[in-house]
Write a new protein. Structure first.
Length: 621
């Protein structure tokens, strides 16, 4: 969940490490630190709190050297304080380590080391790694021939340590005994190597390397990398050198800049029309009256044989999957199940032949989604992924997939990734439907309607001022209800999640008809209900649900189609969105919910982009 940045080269490492950490702030953290090497001297600086606290500390006590590692920590073992912040050292400064992930057997290893006389200074599982590497470095035999690699003993000490660990890790290691080398390793936690000229980088996310390295290598599980100024090497599980694929970073420095916006989240809400254009570009065919994808890697006959689809995801991606269930069942007539990845990975459900498992993820590194995907592959089912990050673990391990092309999403609360996921799922529904029963006329109409989505979302953004006024009126409330039916039930869940994530207000999403089966007991004058009710086949039913809330004195905020006077006459507040076909309505109705959460969070003086306790990429259970 945290951030790693490493550097070896000819420049001062400290400013490069700090800037890299700033670019990873969105991942969530509660402390930060760095270690540099100047000759054979190790300089360690770390602080609880924000990166600016570390920056002030380093300003008072500079950390010289042209090689170093750094980290932002999200506490798992031990509270957030200076002592538990990374890097951690072993052997009284023999090695320094930063670590993402969780070591499940750290308690056993710690007791063994303490029995050998090792003194621990922190509560973390990571210090076990540092102490083990230091112990192994002292006792390494040196018998193995590492060829021309400059640090065979250190590689062996790290390798022997990794063999003892159970759990997940993304590691960066330096030692003053090897002052020209950074070693990295990964298992279940992402790590990427950045290639420069006379300098190389290591990071947990390619976003940290934008503007520094144009080319990157994504480490695979159980691989280890060795970086010096002039060289880089990838070693496999047997510690033999392997060839690695080099990828281009598609992001630009401007993508990581807030521009004219106060927060990344607001910027990303406003980027949705362009992001949707990127998702649709080149995938809609007038000639075939369908959508097509280049990376599914399943032939037409295999796709026609599909009798069931399982969508698995977490958080916001799960809500997009729920929309996908409605879409695929309506247009492709294929049964769909939506599973929380965290539950699906541990269940043993019967899965028929001709079932495809589709993982949906923004980062491509979500631990539960990855585990669910691997379990499906183990049982022989074809797997696909909807993912936003090229080269991510899930993108590499599926049989095929579709990139979202949403661009970098830095705010922790996902916005444009959700809309692009829904757009891609809509195109998948069209693709499957045209192979089955959808006529060419129906397909051509959907193609036309999909092309109009970016402009419809641009128009939906015009609700900004009215949403701000609603936020000012109801931002004091401590509970919200979000209600919708059919396509809008998942949107209600997503709206409630956004409010919870960034404003810390308790909010719940429900199918509107379920109100009378219990939740209506929560309705009172201090609990606003947000109704999603653009025109559709069951509009009158939702209106009846609205009347039930009004009859009990509950304030009603309605999201409705432009000019709907019937809704305006009954709701306390109305937020208008453009009228679009029912199956595309989630793409416009989610916009005011995103803005509502944003403005309430701002009014309550919350940290919009870095909400407490949350991380952008959840790589641990």
């Amino acid at each position: 969940m945290c951030g790693i940045v490493g550097y070896v080269g000819f420049r001062d490492a400290e400013p490069i490490l700090l800037e890299g950490l700033r670019r990873l702030e969105y991942r969530g953290y509660d402390s930060a630190g760095l270690a540099t090497l100047h000759g054979t001297r190790l300089h360690l600086r770390k602080r609880a709190g924000r990166i600016q606290d570390l920056t002030r500390h380093v300003r008072d006590r500079p950390a010289p050297g042209s090689i170093g590692i750094s980290h932002t920590r999200w506490a798992t073992h031990g509270p957030a304080n200076d002592t538990n912040a990374h890097p951690h050292v072993g052997g009284n400064g023999l090695v320094a380590v930063v670590h993402n992930g969780v070591i499940e057997n750290y308690a056993i290893l710690r007791r063994q080391l303490e029995a050998e006389g090792v003194l621990f200074t922190s509560d973390t599982d990571t210090e076990v790694i540092a102490q083990l590497i230091a112990r192994n470095l002292r006792t390494v035999s040196g018998d193995r021939d590492w060829g021309d690699l400059p640090c065979g003993d250190l590689i062996e000490a790290v390798s022997d340590t990794l063999d003892l660990l159970k759990g997940t890790y993304g590691l960066a290691v330096v030692s003053p005994h090897y002052p020209d080398v950074v070693i990295g390793a990964r298992l279940g936690s992402p790590l990427v190597l950045g290639i420069g000229e006379g300098e190389h980088y290591l990071a947990s996310d390619p976003g940290a390397l934008v503007g520094l390295a144009d080319k990157v290598v994504y480490l695979k599980d159980r691989q280890l990398c060795v970086l010096t100024r002039g060289e880089w090497h990838i070693l496999d599980q047997e510690r033999s050198r392997v060839q690695a694929s080099i990828h281009e970073i598609e992001w630009e420095v401007a993508d990581a800049d807030k521009g004219v916006f106060e927060h990344y989240m607001l910027k990303e809400i406003y980027e949705q029309p362009e992001a949707l254009e990127n998702a649709l570009r080149g995938r809609l065919s007038d000639e075939e009256a369908s959508a097509h994808f280049g990376g599914l890697n399943l032939d037409t006959q295999a796709l026609r044989r599909v009798e069931r689809i399982i969508l698995t995801a977490c958080g916001t991606s799960y809500h997009a999957a729920l929309v996908g269930e409605y879409l695929i069942e309506e247009f492709a007539r294929i049964p769909v199940e939506v599973e929380y990845a965290s539950e699906f990975r541990y269940r043993n459900p019967p899965i028929d032949r001709n079932t495809i498992v589709i993982a949906i993820t923004q980062s491509g590194e979500t631990a539960d989604t990855l585990a669910a995907l691997r379990e499906s592959k183990r049982k022989g089912h074809p797997t696909l992924a909807l993912c936003n990050v090229v080269g991510s673990t899930i993108a590499r391990e599926t049989d095929g997939g579709v990139y979202l092309h949403a661009g970098p999403e830095i705010g922790v609360a996902s916005t444009k990734a959700f809309t692009n996921q829904v757009a891609v799922l809509t195109m998948l529904a069209l693709h499957f439907g045209r192979m089955r029963h959808l006529s060419a006329l129906q397909g051509a109409q959907m193609v036309r309607e999909l092309r109009g989505v970016p402009d419809a979302v641009r128009q939906a953004l015009h609700c900004h001022d009215s949403v701000r006024r609603v936020a000012e009126r109801y931002g004091h409330a401590n509970n919200f209800l979000y209600l919708g039916r059919q396509y809008h039930y998942p949107v209600a869940l997503e709206g409630a999640l956004k409010l919870k994530e960034i404003s810390y207000i308790h909010a719940e999403g429900y199918p509107a008809a379920e109100m009378k089966h219990g939740p209506i007991a929560l309705v009172d004058v201090d609990t606003p209900s947000v109704f999603l009710m653009p025109r559709g086949p069951i509009f009158d039913k939702v209106m009846s649900n609205l009347e039930e809330v009004k009859a009990r004195g509950g304030p009603v905020i309605a999201v409705a189609c432009e000019g709907d006077e019937e809704v305006a006459a009954r709701a306390d507040e109305v937020i208008y969105v453009p009228e679009v076909p029912e199956y595309l309505q989630p793409l416009v109705t989610v916009v005011p919910l995103q803005l509502l959460a944003y403005h309430i969070a701002v009014l309550r003086d919350c940290d919009v982009d870095k909400p407490r306790n949350l991380a952008k990429s959840v790589t641990v259970e």
